[in-house]
Write a protein that binds this ligand. Structure first.
Ligand code: ASP
Length: 320
């Protein structure tokens, strides 16, 4: 993919809306959980922040959904629109408003496909736009500041003032406003009063490119996720292998500890592998890699199970 490096004068920020709680509405301001996500348009989110008035901004609605329902077609559209906006010389960076539930998956997917030379900043909210103390406007303001930060690059997340990279970021709390963290001290920086403080290096990587995801979404490989746990066995894997229409192309297993698996689950996964299904072993631990051992099922390295699933999905797409 061509390198689109922002010039000194690039100040324009494009904000792509995809829905989520940041665009959610509840019937009462005191209700932080009984709301409907994806109700307000991205232009309304921008208009609600006086500090953004008069800035060089564009808003575009790419999707309008609760991110629990994010799908491959929306990912394709989003990647396409991002690539187009990132190629514009006057654009410093792009912000994506998203739901918190699958934000880390979208971030990882976009980093693999685009590995942009400009910042693509995903942000979200844990409280709907109607809440007494909604966190969305500050997160969006911080995201715009980060999208304009000279030298910033890659797919980033800004949430509650903390900047995370796409590979490390995880949603770690189901309710608290500080809902995201990076494993193993991987937080990249902070945004404070509109100023960005970066602790280390911005992410770099090789983009797979849009050509890697052009296949119609309905034809994308079926990669499923399983867990090891007390009493786990191979019944689910064998049922999938026998399924007449939903047989998977790939299986990611969130093993225990260093990717360990109950004996019968491992046996079933080896049967799957022998029958042509690609298998990757991750860990259900919150951090740390799965060490590759001779003879063991392939490791997903330090990727979380959901990101290992995307890695395998992209690998399988490349092989189709
Ligand atoms: N279910 C919502 C979503 O992911 C949650 C959120 O945005 O916080 O879209």
């Amino acid at each position: 993919m061509q390198a689109h490096i922002p010039s000194e004068t690039s100040r324009r920020v494009v904000i792509l809306g995809t829905g989520g709680t940041i665009a959610g509405r509840a019937s009462q301001a005191s209700d932080n959980v009984g709301y409907t996500a994806a109700q307000l348009g991205v232009d309304q989110l921008v208009a609600a922040i006086p500090a953004l008035a008069g800035q060089a901004l564009e808003a575009e609605q790419v999707a309008q959904l609760d991110s629990k329902d994010m799908d491959f077609a929306a990912w394709q559209r989003l990647a396409q629109r991002l690539a187009e906006h990132l190629a514009r010389p006057e654009v410093a960076g792009v912000v994506v408003t998203h739901g918190t539930d699958t934000l880390e998956e979208t971030a990882y997917f976009l980093q693999q496909v685009l590995a942009p030379f400009k910042p693509v900043v995903l942000t979200a909210a844990m409280r709907p736009a109607t809440a007494l103390q909604t966190d969305g406007p500050q997160n969006l303001l911080d995201a715009v500041a980060l999208a304009r930060e000279p030298g910033a690059r890659g797919v980033l997340t800004v949430f509650a003032g903390a900047i995370h990279g796409a590979e490390q970021v995880r949603k770690v709390h189901s309710y608290k406003v500080e809902a995201f963290a990076s494993a193993e001290g991987g937080q990249l920086g902070v945004v404070e009063e509109g100023r960005v403080r970066c602790f280390g290096a911005w992410p770099q990587g090789q983009a797979l490119g849009l050509a890697s995801i052009v296949r119609p979404a309905a034809e994308w490989p079926r990669v499923m996720l399983l867990w090891n746990h007390v009493g786990a066995d191979g019944a689910l894997v064998r049922a999938l292998l026998d399924h007449p229409t939903q047989r998977p192309h790939g299986l990611v297993v969130a093993g225990t500890g260093n990717g360990t698996l109950a004996t019968d689950l491992e046996a079933a996964l080896r049967e799957a592998q022998a029958s042509g299904v690609r298998v990757l072993r991750s860990t259900r631990c919150d951090a740390g890699p799965v060490m590759d051992l001779p003879g063991a099922l392939p490791s997903a390295g330090a990727l979380s199970p959901v990101k290992a699933r995307i890695r395998l999905l992209l690998d399988l797409l490349a092989e189709m």
